[in-house]
Write a protein that binds this ligand. Structure first.
Ligand code: NIG
Ligand code: FE
Length: 414
């Protein structure tokens, strides 16, 4: 009997945090969390059919088509985690950059001297498709085992039509066979490649040559750009994003990491999310709020660069929808541990447990414009994770060291 065609009853769980019926933007008090007790989840064809009292669900489970995933210790169930911003398709290490940074050079100085992102570009170009697939797959294995069931992955270390396509193909290949669901994003506008002297001409080439192929081959439906002094200017970014939108892509932006400006472009371009935002203030919050842009903060990059976190508390108080992602990349954020980073950010920024959890589940889904996950409720994808505890407050209290013991993707235990 194939599991996909069978009802699966999972439980009982001591607590289920559904993450349902929470405000889409702004602060969330822990009292607003829906915490259900002694709960079972009924799954059919990868989707949640019912969430309710375990004993009642058991009484109705008389059909021979039922499979039971009996949970026999105290466990807390959550929706699978969503990492809404990563660069995990890359080859090579940037340990040398790290050594230079801790010895006093800044991220931007290293970038200007040809290190940084361009170093990863060289190494990723040298890697074959098969090698990239293998590297990406290993990172996906780790993410999935730590409870991440959906993960955005950017290109951006190719920076030629051919090499960007190679990266996106590697992402597509892994996505076909891996239980971790990948959401690809074309970040050909990560940096001006060394072969080009004019960034505008490079972006034009991306628009006329690469993006149509990305669309045609179904390799991604999201486009990202890094707006910063060492990358692309506000003006050229706005032009580029308008062209990408015209081609039918959703927009996201690397904004306000070191200097402001990017979030304004995100708002003007109608981006789904603006990510980083370490340098953002009240003015930027207002622009993003009015344009309905999700603010995705990346604590891993702050940890890697030894700089302050994005002001997540003030963003929430300013009425924004805040998502939290790892930015897992070889340069500024090689750790890639979403739970741990969310816990550290929450402690420093004084986020409630509800706000932090929402940032890596339901609000992260919003950052990716996904409406079928991030919540444990009827009709949602059955992406679920269970922690070995009877109290959800233990999860961030243990600073990311308490990991999920069981993970289900579309109702299948992985
Ligand atoms: O999100 N800021 C630009 N891009 C990445 C870093 C990528 C890298 O350093 O390789 C980021 O931090
Ligand atoms: Fe990034």
């Amino acid at each position: 009997m194939k599991e996909e065609n069978t009802h699966i009853l999972i439980g009982p769980f001591s607590q289920v945090l559904t993450m349902a019926e929470l405000p889409e933007t702004g602060p969330i008090a822990d009292e607003q969390l829906q915490v259900l007790e002694n709960v079972g989840v009924l799954v059919y064809e990868g989707r949640i059919m019912q969430v309710g009292n375990y004993d009642k669900l058991l009484q109705h489970a008389t059909d021979s088509n039922y499979i039971f995933h009996k949970i026999d210790q105290p466990m807390v169930l959550l929706p699978g985690l969503i990492d809404a911003h990563t660069h995990i398709c890359f080859a090579g290490s940037r340990a040398n950059d790290y050594a230079m940074r801790v010895a006093g050079k800044s991220y931007l100085e290293i970038a200007r001297s040809g290190g940084g992102i361009l170093d990863s570009v060289r190494k990723t170009r040298e890697a074959t498709l098969v090698e990239l697939v293998d590297l990406l797959k290993k990172r996906c294995d780790r993410h999935l085992s730590e409870g991440v069931t959906t993960c955005e992955v950017k290109s951006g270390y190719g920076l030629t039509t051919e090499e960007e396509l190679k990266m996106l193909e590697a992402i597509q290949l892994v996505n076909k066979h891996h239980a971790l669901e990948l959401i690809p994003t074309c970040l050909a506008a990560h940096m001006r490649p060394p072969e080009h002297t004019d960034s505008r001409l490079y972006l034009q080439e991306v628009v006329t040559q690469l993006l149509p192929q990305v669309k045609e081959q179904g390799l991604a439906n999201r486009v990202d750009i890094f707006i910063e002094e060492t990358a692309f200017s506000e003006e050229e970014s706005l032009e580029y994003l308008a062209a990408a939108k015209e081609l039918g892509f959703e927009i996201t932006v690397h904004a306000d990491q070191f200097s402001t400006g990017g979030s304004r472009i995100a708002a003007e371009a109608g981006a789904v999310s603006a990510d980083h935002l370490e340098a953002s203030g009240e003015e930027e919050f207002a622009l993003m709020r009015e344009a309905g842009v999700v603010a995705t903060v990346l604590p891993g990059a702050s940890l890697g660069l030894g700089m302050h976190y994005a002001p997540a508390r003030r963003m929430l108080d300013g009425g924004l929808c805040v998502a939290i992602a790892t930015d897992w990349n070889p340069g500024s954020a090689p750790m890639g541990d979403l739970l741990l980073q969310a816990a550290l950010l929450g402690a420093s920024e004084k986020l409630t447990i509800a706000e932090t959890l929402a940032g890596i589940t339901v609000r992260a889904a919003k950052a990716l414009n996904l409406t079928d996950r991030g919540i444990v409720a009827k009709g949602m994808q059955a992406d679920l994770i269970a922690f070995p505890t009877d109290n959800y407050k233990e999860i961030f209290y243990q600073q990311g060291k308490l990991k999920p013991m069981q993970v289900w993707k579309r109702g299948r235990e992985v």
